[in-house]
Write a protein of this length. Structure first.
Lengths: 76, 101
């Protein structure tokens, strides 16, 4: 069970509404993605906290349905 | 409870402790390999813990760190991050500074 780019975007946007998201399917296999995400909610947070917010938005799918998602976060 | 103590012992006894898939000499996942190679490149001595050899540890480290993926790097008992964060710190030249603090 893989996730599509659209599903990933929808999950992230559901918990981080102002997120600007850019997702790439790195190998064209619906299984290895990279995501660049910028949002105001990241302001003042450490990188670990920022990435945790993204992981939380994925509702436990990270490491399960979603095998590999490399994350780059940015505050705005 | 024992499991938490096992993790605490590991990160207290090893200044740089990498929970990874495979071993530093034979990583079993690209992300684990990346972090392991960065540490080697910086000549940082580290203890690699292969979570593939211990299913309980693999589950528990994710709960302990509140982090869903492997690898996970601990320096001086503190969680530093996974592959993406380590790469960023390395690119900015900040990783080695964490050891000098």
């Amino acid at each position: 069970m893989a996730l599509s780019i659209k599903e990933i975007k929808n999950l992230i946007t559901a918990s981080i509404p102002d997120a600007e998201i850019e997702i790439k399917d790195l190998m064209g296999d619906n299984n290895h993605y990279s995501a660049k995400i910028s949002s105001k909610v990241f302001n003042g947070l450490s990188k670990i906290e920022q990435h945790k917010l993204v992981y939380k938005s994925l509702n436990g799918k990270m490491g399960k349905e979603l095998h590999a998602l490399s994350i780059e976060t940015e505050s705005k | 409870m024992n499991d938490v103590n096992e993790i605490k012992t590991l990160i207290e006894n090893n200044e740089v402790c990498l929970f990874m898939k495979g071993t530093p000499d034979s990583p079993q996942c690209g992300f684990s390999m990346t972090v392991s190679n960065i540490l080697k490149h910086l000549n940082i001595n580290f203890k690699g813990i292969n979570v593939l050899e211990n299913e309980e540890l693999r589950k528990n480290i994710k709960i302990f760190s509140d982090w869903p993926t492997i690898p996970q790097l601990y320096i001086k008992g503190e969680f530093v991050g996974g592959c993406d964060i380590i790469k960023e710190l390395f690119d900015k030249g900040e990783l080695k500074n964490l050891l000098l603090k």
